[in-house]
Design a protein around this ligand. Structure first.
Ligand code: AMP
Length: 191
């Protein structure tokens, strides 16, 4: 199963991906996690990305694509993946489609988690208290939500136009949301 999870920051993509990876037997690939690991390790790429992430803006397409390509080339991604946090804009979407076409492994589906914005703000405040992410401050969150609606919502529209978008209600108990996501997957390739 090759799946993209879409949804605003704080919509629960990471949490759902962690649950679904076991059921689908494919890795959860989060570009945010890959970037945070690079920042933590202090790699040249991490040093470049740090300030951009703390401002709630998007790291350059080249950097993220390079990182993603490297990750998709690892053996565990041969059976598929759950992509979380990528593509974030239309250019990344085109790059992903080109990359997967080259690998002969087109995307099966994009699932969007729908969560009302009042709840998003509440959830991120909860996560900030728990995880202490440096980009979960109120100011950065506002910027990330703005970037999402300006740059990432067009990606959802693109997947809708090519018939690959499924929208799922992202509010409620974790198990119920996971069940809805599983129900939204194409039946022929579902695990
Ligand atoms: P996330 O964990 O997905 O919320 O990502 C946290 C931050 O990492 C974002 O606000 C961006 O600064 C950066 N980031 C993650 N994924 C991407 C991406 N696909 N393109 C550009 N920047 C990204």
């Amino acid at each position: 199963m090759r799946l993209v999870l879409l949804g605003a920051p704080g919509s629960g993509k990471g949490t759902q991906a962690e649950r679904l990876k076991q059921q689908l037997q494919v890795p959860h690939i989060s570009t945010g996690d890959l970037l945070r690991a690079a920042v933590k390790a202090g790699t040249p790429l991490g040093l470049k990305a740090k300030a951009v992430m703390e401002a709630g803006q998007l790291v350059s397409d080249d950097i993220v694509l390079g990182m993603l390509e490297e990750r998709l080339n690892q053996a565990d991604a041969a059976r598929g993946f759950i992509l979380d946090g990528y593509p974030r804009n239309l250019a990344q979407c085109a790059a992903l489609e080109a990359l997967l076409a080259r690998l002969g492994q087109p995307l099966d589906v994009a699932v969007k988690l729908d969560v009302p914005s009042e709840l998003i703000v509440e959830r991120i405040a909860g996560r900030a208290a728990k995880e202490g992410r440096r980009d979960d401050t109120p100011e950065t969150v506002r910027e990330r939500l703005r970037v999402y609606s300006e740059q990432t919502e067009p990606v959802a529209r693109h997947f809708e136009q090519i018939g690959k978008l499924r929208c799922v209600d992202g509010v409620g108990e974790l198990e119920d949301i996971s069940r809805r996501v599983l129900d939204a997957l194409p039946k022929t390739t579902a695990a």
